[in-house]
Design a protein. Sequence first.
Length: 358
Amino acid sequence: MSILEKIQEEYDKLMEELAHPEKITEWESLGEQKKTLEEIINEKKKLEEVKKKLAENEEIVSSDNDNELISIAKEERESLLSEKENTTRKLKLLIAQKLGTTNEDSQAKTAIIEIRAGAGGDEASLFVGNILEMYKKFAQIKNIEVKILDEKKTDQGGYKIVTFKMKNNTPYSLMRYEAGVHRVQRVPETEKGGRVHTSTVSVAVLPEAKKGKIKINPQDITMETCKSSGPGGQYVNKRETAIRIIHNPSGTVVTSQNERSLQQNKETALSVLEAKLLEEEQRKKREKEEKERNMQIGSSMRAEKIRTYNFLQNRVTDHRIEQSWYKLEEILNGDLDEIINALRHYEEREILESITIE
């Protein structure tokens, strides 16, 4: 089955779902999907119409005895071939946008970001703070609101892990390119021998799940309460308002301690858990689709080591596209537009090349 046949099948099933009154709570989400699929199907119909006209045109050129009619048909053929090329490209682009990320995700008004220290000890935890500040400054430029959900600080002023939410201006569509392992190469302040150390942090970027999209069975989770803590384990709250939730079937663990009440922390933690479970569900779906189509869609955008920040050379290199920028300070101050645009164009090109329109 071709990609277009699968999209037509998906559209037919979606129309059946929209016909059921019990799906009223999902109509907004389903309506967005319907709009995306209809754009592709309408463009497909345009392409079929152009191909039909071309076939008729070729028939006139090869079989008609009227020289004037043949001349007109030849002139029209050039126009039709150009229209066919443009329509095919637009159709591929619409399919690429659908395959690269779901329309719902790309329009997500809230994204949940988790930055975690990897290899490198204290230097890695300090770099988590650098990356956090980079994203905060980028968000400020883009008028995106940032709210810290949970953090585990170290005595040196870094973070073992920090989780935050980004709201407004579809942050997931921008931030999804940041998911992966970020590597830093620099001389730590505590290094007396002047040796360069290499440390890593991992970044997870999740679209916040819409209410009702992910259903969590209360029997599948374990909730634990504790006191909110600051650096070095010092308690900053005498009451047990922090919460830790374990999703037993998957082993996923989330915590929230920055809200003022236990109920608020519970709601925040459940929101993060839903986002993580949604990402896992979508990852499995992507893997299945890739296997069926026998092609890698967007997989190179999720490579293990995605970027290196080299302080000595004032260089930031994105390994997915093998491109470098020699303005490390500006990038750490939130100037990410060039990198994001380069990654977006690369992803689009990769997907376009993988799509065949019959």
